[in-house]
Design a protein around this ligand. Structure first.
Ligand code: ZN
Length: 162
């Protein structure tokens, strides 16, 4: 089922999400719907607050053709590399907007999967960036909040005059 993706500045996007208490059939269904919604919107990541659900759940899929999304339940970043990389970043809640953003080049993430098992991820490149972006959503942070002052001014200008 396709879900409605909330757009900035919906207040749900600024609210820290609550921990998932049970990995059950309802959560698995939500994760499937989120993955379908993400694919349909041609995104590579989607967090539950973006579909109006305040839970610490996110899906990431760098290769939508493969239909094998990574699902992160109650994820935490355990380590970030000091080395950073800059890339153009976008967000399904900010259609049409991209901005250059520096993030850690590598990220180590611990999360539950849809069986409730702990999975440790060691990610680099685009996957590390997507993990950091989606985990930010779970804390009520959007990529706009992380831009340099210059990039932020440019982004605000684009948001005002689409
Ligand atoms: Zn996003």
């Amino acid at each position: 089922m396709l879900l409605r993706i909330l757009r900035h500045p919906d207040p749900c996007l600024a609210r820290p999400a609550l921990p998932v208490k049970r990995v059950d059939a309802a959560l698995r269904q939500l994760a499937r719907d989120m993955a379908e919604t993400m694919r349909h919107a041609k995104g590579i990541g989607l967090a539950a607050p973006q579909v109006g659900v305040s839970l610490r759940l996110a899906v990431v899929d760098l290769d939508p053709e493969a239909h094998r999304p990574v699902t992160l339940v109650n994820p935490v970043i355990t380590r970030l590399s000091r080395q950073k990389t800059e890339a153009e970043e976008g967000c399904l809640s900010f259609p049409g907007l991209t901005a250059p953003l520096r993030r850690a080049a590598r990220a180590w993430v611990s999360a539950l999967d849809l069986e409730g098992q702990t999975v440790e991820w060691s990610a680099e490149g685009l996957l590390a960036r997507a993990f950091q972006h989606e985990l930010d959503h779970l804390d009520g942070t959007v990529f706009l909040d992380r831009l340099s002052p210059t990039a932020r001014r440019e982004a605000d200008r684009k948001l005002e005059s689409p």
